[in-house]
Ligand binder design. Structure first.
Ligand SMILES: NC(=O)c1ccc[n+]([C@@H]2O[C@H](COP(=O)([O-])OP(=O)(O)OC[C@H]3O[C@@H](n4cnc5c(N)ncnc54)[C@H](OP(=O)(O)O)[C@@H]3O)[C@@H](O)[C@H]2O)c1
Length: 415
């Protein structure tokens, strides 16, 4: 049954009037803001006509944005959520996560990485942003930490559509900001005037180890655990076995691997990191949701799907780790961070045994969990590994005359 108001907001009288008083103020502020901004844009950036002194003393622009956005959007929001709010369902945490994802970027990362044309911003502009940000951060934090949504709200079209809109908007917003930033890098207004390389066209770069931790460990380890323990309901041994398998993969892939590998480049474009983060979030959520909400029979450990799935996963896991370590040891042996022809074991048969191993892991996952989410994740793995392995094999053949042409790309003797 579709409920028009799905939540309950059971707070005391003072809390009620603080909340709805601020809602009224919020609407009023929106009305005043649109009238003022329509008549004249706030004088910062391209609209700074040189008379911005009338807004008062200036402060460092990066600091200004951190003050006006991160202080209310990150700090105040967290304080209100944890000290003032009372509701602790998964919906409250999902909304908290969305808000923080936006404001950690908008209030901290964005001001630190953008290339502003001016180093200073009028303090009046900062305060002019700080004031409404405080009101709305308080209001939204108050709501999402005091409203109770029904247990099954994740099936509600409002929740699903809202989440999809948010993610789409988030990605579009970040992409556009990064594109604007990369314009100045391309045109050389940072002083270099260099031609843009494909690498740079992905936008700002970050430390490669941090990039992989962000794109793999955050969803694969953290989000997965949160969904499993806060959102899921089933607690049989099978649910824990699947949790263990997934975590074994992602603790290695998302934490150990990025910390120990010898990368040839210290930096990675942030676009690559976000491009990995997005699908990893979707699939981590999906698989965690499945394995923490699906109930398998008590005797499932006798089931051939469970046994074969487990064996495939373990075989794939060992192969993947062995191949990655083999690649790592190549550079240690040769003493430089160049590229060499790997040999031995499965490297004699395929160019990318690490991808082959990971693919077998997810095949095992799909068979063992016998789920559509597992199948979707395995197919997504194929979509990544099949083309990348083909490119890698082609790259080896072009780089090394002596590269054995009989080696396949991904699957021994087949492809
Ligand atoms: N689940 C997914 O969707 C997904 C997607 C991609 C990767 N992965 C997994 O992540 C891991 C790493 O993947 P990747 O794409 O980064 O693998 P990769 O391209 O094979 O690189 C792995 C590491 O080995 C180095 N390396 C590669 N070829 C080399 C050679 N011929 N000589 C010397 N060093 C070499 C690379 O150096 P450089 O960094 O300098 O190139 C990098 O440090 C794998 O386990 C893979 O299965 C998963």
């Amino acid at each position: 049954m579709f409920q028009l108001l799905p939540w309950t907001f059971a707070v005391d009288t003072v809390h009620f009037w603080v909340h709805y008083g601020l809602v009224f103020l919020g609407f009023l502020l929106g009305g005043v803001t649109i009238l003022v901004q329509l008549s004249k844009p706030a004088p910062y950036g391209k609209f700074d006509q040189g008379n911005s002194e009338s807004w008062g003393v200036t402060i460092n622009q990066r600091l200004g944005h951190i003050l006006s956005d991160a202080t209310p959007g990150v700090l105040l929001f967290l304080l209100v959520f944890f000290l003032y709010g009372t509701e602790r369902q998964y919906t409250n945490y999902v909304f908290l996560g969305l808000w923080q994802a936006h404001y950690i970027h908008r209030g901290i990362i964005h001001p630190l990485v953008m290339r502003y044309s001016k180093a200073q911003v009028p303090l009046g502009i900062t305060l002019g942003g700080l004031f409404p940000n405080c009101i709305f951060s308080f209001l939204c934090a108050d709501w999402i930490s005091s409203a109770r949504y029904p247990d099954q709200y994740y099936y509600d079209p409002r929740f699903i559509i809202g989440l999809l809109l948010f993610v789409f908007g988030y990605v579009t917003n970040k992409w556009a900001d990064l594109k604007l930033r990369s314009l100045r890098r391309q045109k050389g207004t940072d002083g270099a005037g260099r031609a843009q390389t494909t690498f740079e066209s992905w936008g700002v770069t970050i430390n490669q180890r941090l990039g992989h931790i962000l794109s793999d460990a955050t969803p694969g380890v953290l989000l997965f655990l949160l969904v499993f323990f806060l959102y899921g309901t089933e607690r049989q041994y099978t649910n824990y076995v699947f949790l263990g398998l997934w975590q074994a993969h992602y603790i290695h892939r998302g934490i150990i691997h990025p910390l120990v590998m010898r990368y040839s480049k210290a930096q990675v474009p942030l676009g690559i990191t976000l491009g990995g983060l997005f699908p990893n979030c979707i699939f981590s959520f999906l698989c965690a949701d499945w394995i923490s909400s699906a109930r398998y029979p008590d005797q499932y450990y006798y089931d051939p799907r469970f046994i074969i799935g487990l064996l495939l996963f373990v075989f794939g896991y060992v192969t993947n780790k062995w191949a990655d370590l083999k690649l790592r040891s190549l550079r240690r042996q040769k003493g430089s961070n160049g590229y060499y022809i790997p040999s031995g074991g499965l490297f004699e048969l395929v160019a990318c045994p690490n991808y082959f191993g990971e693919l077998v892991e997810w095949l095992g996952w799909a068979v063992g969990t016998w789920s559509l989410s597992g199948l979707a994740w395995m197919l997504f793995g194929c979509a990544t590994f099949v083309p990348r392995a083909a490119h890698t094999r082609k790259w080896y053949c072009e780089q090394f005359m002596e590269y054995p042409r009989g080696r396949k790309a991904l699957i021994p003797f087949v492809y």
